[in-house]
Ligand binder design. Structure first.
Ligand code: PLP
Length: 379
């Protein structure tokens, strides 16, 4: 990045993307589930410990597969945070289900496990914890609530690649998990994602749903002599060019994560004094969570005007963003969903949070400029 502007995100290239894409090109193997997809699957299974990883076009697609796999039907209810990306809810709304929005914890900004049971009714089918910023939800509690009520758990681990909870990979703890390899995430393929199947009983049907409702995966393994229409399904698998790109990134996942964590830690160190002054709150990472440096945010003190800070960033050519616009009060959220409780933390956080630029190669000098704006506007 030589230009003066400090972008919010800058996709990192490992340098091997085109080399692997060329291999795919010359091999003539372009459709999905070729050698690069296989390598990615094996890597994801080895790293996460899931029973089966299946590449998808996006995390959104993986969540849609999860809703199909769990046979979510019209009128079913799915408990989730309102403070999340739209796909968490859309995947279930597409099946006719009602997203039931619950507030988040003030510390991690994750689904507040203490509020889940109040939201459960006879129609509840699943809980969808979202690991915000790659910091895990309180999964032990969430899993035991789910088991007690006979519910399934789908982890939206879009931001959670390479992060853990009590030593276990995010996405590998619930019945199903979903990763994103979107350009704005840590490990990327432009658009891309993966479904993690943790319940071995769901593997067979997951393969069928992903292959247009056919048993083509079994056919390719020589387990059946022809493949036919078996179930509902769609085309959820990416082509080999995408998998080839992704493979170059997975190979460097450890290095990418550690560099991002170093930038994260530097922000954290330099913002300590502003937190001590009461101007803002820094991210909180519980002891049992290892995060992945996916994003760095600050929560401004309630009395401060966020717009003044955002305007000052803009005036200094620094791109910063806020999120999320809560789902429960959005037009579609009002139409399709239901909120439980007043969601006051969700509402408050969405008005006070600022995400700072964080990407591979962000320089100390650039970070200092970002800190400088914060010190001038809120310090
Ligand atoms: C990025 C993101 C998604 C969507 O991922 P895609 O791969 O773009 O579909 C879903 N949920 C959360 C929490 C995300 O951050």
């Amino acid at each position: 990045m030589k230009e003066n502007r400090i972008p919010f995100n800058w996709p990192h290239m490992t340098g091997k993307e085109l080399y692997y894409i060329a291999q795919s090109h010359f091999s003539g193997r372009l459709a999905g589930d070729g050698p690069f997809t296989k390598r990615c699957h094996e890597w994801l299974e080895a790293r996460s410990g899931c029973a089966k990883a299946l590449l998808t076009h996006s995390c959104t697609a993986a969540l849609e597969m999860a809703a199909l796999l769990l046979d979510i039907r019209p009128g079913d209810e799915v408990v989730m945070p309102s403070y999340t990306f739209v796909s968490t809810a859309n995947a279930f709304v597409l099946r006719g289900a009602v997203p039931v929005f619950v507030d988040i914890r003030p510390d991690t900004l994750n689904l507040d496990e203490r509020l889940i049971e109040d939201a459960i009714t006879s129609r509840t089918r699943a809980i969808v914890p979202v690991h915000y910023a790659g910091v895990a939800c309180e999964m032990d509690t969430i899993m035991s609530i789910a088991r007690r009520h006979g519910l399934k758990v789908v982890e939206d681990a879009a931001q959670g690649v390479m992060a853990t909870y009590k030593g276990r990979a995010l996405g590998s703890i619930g019945d199903l998990g979903a990763y994103s390899f979107h350009e704005t995430k840590n490990i990327i393929s432009g658009e891309g994602g993966s479904l993690l199947v943790n319940d071995p009983d769901l593997i067979g049907r997951a393969e069928v749903i992903r292959e247009k409702g056919t048993d083509r995966s079994r056919f390719f393994r020589g387990e059946v002599d022809k493949y036919t229409w078996q179930d509902v399904g769609s085309s959820f698998l990416p082509g080999e060019l995408t998998a080839a790109f992704l493979w170059s990134q997975l190979e460097e996942a450890t290095e990418i994560t550690s560099q991002r964590l170093a930038s994260w830690a530097r922000y954290h160190r330099l913002l300590e004094s502003l937190e001590a002054k009461g101007a803002l709150r820094r991210p909180i990472v519980p002891d049992e969570c290892t995060q992945n440096g996916h994003l760095y945010y600050v929560l401004l003190a309630p009395a401060l005007d966020r717009q003044i800070v955002l305007d000052e960033f803009k005036a200094n050519n620094i791109s910063s963003v806020f999120h999320y616009v809560p789902l429960h009060s959005s037009p579609a959220g009002l139409r399709y969903g239901r909120a439980v409780g007043n969601l006051q933390t969700t509402n408050s956080v969405s008005e006070r949070l600022i995400r700072l630029p964080l990407w591979m190669g962000l320089s100390d000098e650039q970070q200092d400029k970002v800190i400088d704006v914060l010190e001038r506007t809120v310090g």
